[in-house]
Unconditional design. Structure first.
Length: 151
C-alpha cells in the first residue's frame, strides 16, 4: 500500500476498490501519480487502497495452514481473467476501470515453488504475531511474476 505522501507524479499506481454496491473486483483502475491520480480518486465513493503498479503477470497462490498439524500446504495457483488488462498495455491515457471476469489455473515452473512456499510461511508467522492466533485454514497471496524472478 502506498501512503498519499509517497505518491510520485512519474509513476503508475493501481487503485484497488475494496467493495461497495458492485462488490469487490470491479472498478479498479491504473493511473499516473499526481493530478491524474487525485482527479480519479475524487470520484471514488467506496473504500480503496493505492498500490504501486508493478508490470507483470499477477498470480494468486492458494495455501492451507493447519495450526493443529503446524503444516502449511500450497494447494494451487491461478491468474485473474480481466476485461481490460492493465498489464497487457501500458496506459498512455487512463484506462477504463476493469472488472475481474474469473480465474484460470496456472502451472508454474517448479523452481518457483520454494519461494512461494516461503512467502506463505512468512505470512503465517507474521499473522500469528499481528493477529493471534493467526491464519487458520485457507488463504491466498498475490504476487507479480516479475517479483518472483528477482526483477
Amino acid at each position: 500500500m502506498v501512503e498519499p505522501e509517497d505518491v510520485k507524479p512519474d509513476e503508475l499506481y493501481f487503485v484497488r476498490i475494496e467493495g461497495g454496491p458492485r462488490g469487490g473486483g470491479s472498478g479498479h483502475f491504473i493511473a499516473r501519480g499526481g493530478s491524474e491520480l487525485e482527479e480519479r480518486l475524487s470520484t471514488v465513493d467506496d473504500p480503496y487502497r493505492v498500490e504501486r503498479f508493478i508490470p507483470g503477470v499477477y498470480i494468486y497462490v492458494h495455501f492451507f495452514y493447519s495450526p493443529v498439524l503446524e503444516r502449511l500446504e500450497l494447494i494451487g495457483v491461478d491468474e485473474r481473467v480481466l476485461i481490460a488488462d492493465g498489464n497487457a498495455r501500458w496506459p498512455v491515457k487512463p484506462l477504463p476501470p476493469y472488472t475481474i471476469a474469473g480465474n484460470r489455473a496456472v502451472v508454474l515452473r517448479e523452481s518457483l515453488l520454494p519461494q512461494l512456499y516461503d512467502y506463505g510461511k512468512a505470512f503465517v508467522e507474521a499473522m500469528r504475531e499481528l493477529e493471534p492466533p493467526g491464519v487458520i485454514g485457507p488463504f491466498a497471496s498475490t504476487s507479480p511474476t516479475t517479483a518472483l524472478s528477482g526483477r
